[in-house]
Ligand binder design. Structure first.
Ligand SMILES: C[S@@+](CC[C@H](N)C(=O)[O-])C[C@H]1O[C@@H](n2cnc3c(N)ncnc32)[C@H](O)[C@@H]1O
Length: 277
């Protein structure tokens, strides 16, 4: 990834000290100390549309098994890693470009008592610091849109995956002829947003050595979820433990734009499971 792009991403995602921000938010909800349950954190550690529901759906499709070695690329605050470890007994490695997210993810994982099964390290999805065929599954949610070099991205995923291992994806794609409205939760403008069409994504996966096992359009359920959330939270104060701690208050117009992009057919959400051939 170019230096300029990582600087813009750093400015977008790592506006402050994520560890301090998360600790302050936990203190505000009376959880400054003591053990945490993974599901208590979903308002901040599931940084994608449909939150924990989407993670559960992706896991149901990818069928992770006890003791499987899983790599979560762009692991954010580690919500998916903790779900895979606590619900299925997987061993998860998370990698993310933001050092501060890795630090916050490690802190939260320790407080959930899952640090024997999960670790996080800072790194770039385009240069994974792992040997070939190291993982049983590779997992990624709402990350590829930040990465221009798709051939390298999916090539790296294929390289670290054992033959017949599964790749689990949950990502936006572009649709229709109208451009995306910005800002969106992953980018303030097009400088760090590289959203392929559905057919381009399929081609990238095929070129990298994957075959598709399942492919689901999650746009409709995502729009229903936005509507339910709007009704549920109408007139209430947002939880202190929210994505705004990481991104700032602009997360609201960003999420609104993403919803509009989905509603207007400018984008879709795809859940896919592929096999390394
Ligand atoms: C929208 S967040 C999603 C986080 C997490 N996957 C989740 O769903 O909760 C996108 C994440 O991708 C990470 N990211 C972006 N580009 C990356 C790259 N080249 N390598 C590793 N991580 C990257 C960002 O730092 C950020 O944590």
């Amino acid at each position: 990834m170019s230096g300029n792009q990582s600087e813009i991403l750093e400015e977008h995602y790592a506006r402050g000290d994520a560890v301090a921000g998360v600790k302050n938010a936990l203190a505000e909800i009376g959880k400054a100390e003591g053990a945490l349950k993974p599901e208590e954190l979903s308002s901040i550690d599931q940084f994608h549309v449909r939150s924990l529901l989407a993670t559960k759906d992706l896991a149901a499709a990818a069928e992770p098994q006890l003791d499987m070695e899983i790599l979560d690329i762009g692991s954010g605050l580690g919500g998916a890693a903790r779900y895979l470890a606590s619900a299925f007994g997987c061993r998860v490695t998370g990698i993310d470009l933001m050092q501060s997210y890795c630090d916050a993810a490690t802190m939260l994982t320790e407080r959930c008592g899952l640090d024997q099964r999960i670790s996080f390290r800072q790194g770039d999805a385009l240069a994974l610091p792992f040997p070939d065929a190291r993982f049983d599954q590779v997992w990624t949610q709402h990350v590829s849109m930040n990465i221009a070099d798709k051939a390298k991205l999916y090539g790296e995923m294929r390289r670290v995956l054992r033959p017949n291992g599964k790749l689990a994806i949950y990502d936006p794609v572009r649709s229709g002829n109208e451009p995306l409205r910005y800002p969106v939760p992953w980018a303030r403008d097009e400088r760090t947003s590289f959203v392929p069409t559905e057919s381009e994504l399929k081609q990238y996966l095929q070129d990298a050595g994957f075959t598709v096992l399942s492919w689901e359009d999650k746009t409709k359920v995502a729009l229903q979820w936005f509507e339910e959330m709007e009704k549920k939270w109408a007139g209430t104060k947002p939880s202190p433990l929210g994505i705004h701690v990481l991104i700032g208050p602009d997360i609201r117009p960003m999420s609104a734009n993403l919803r509009t992009n989905l509603r207007e057919g400018r984008a879709k959400l795809i859940q896919a499971v592929c096999k390394a051939i």
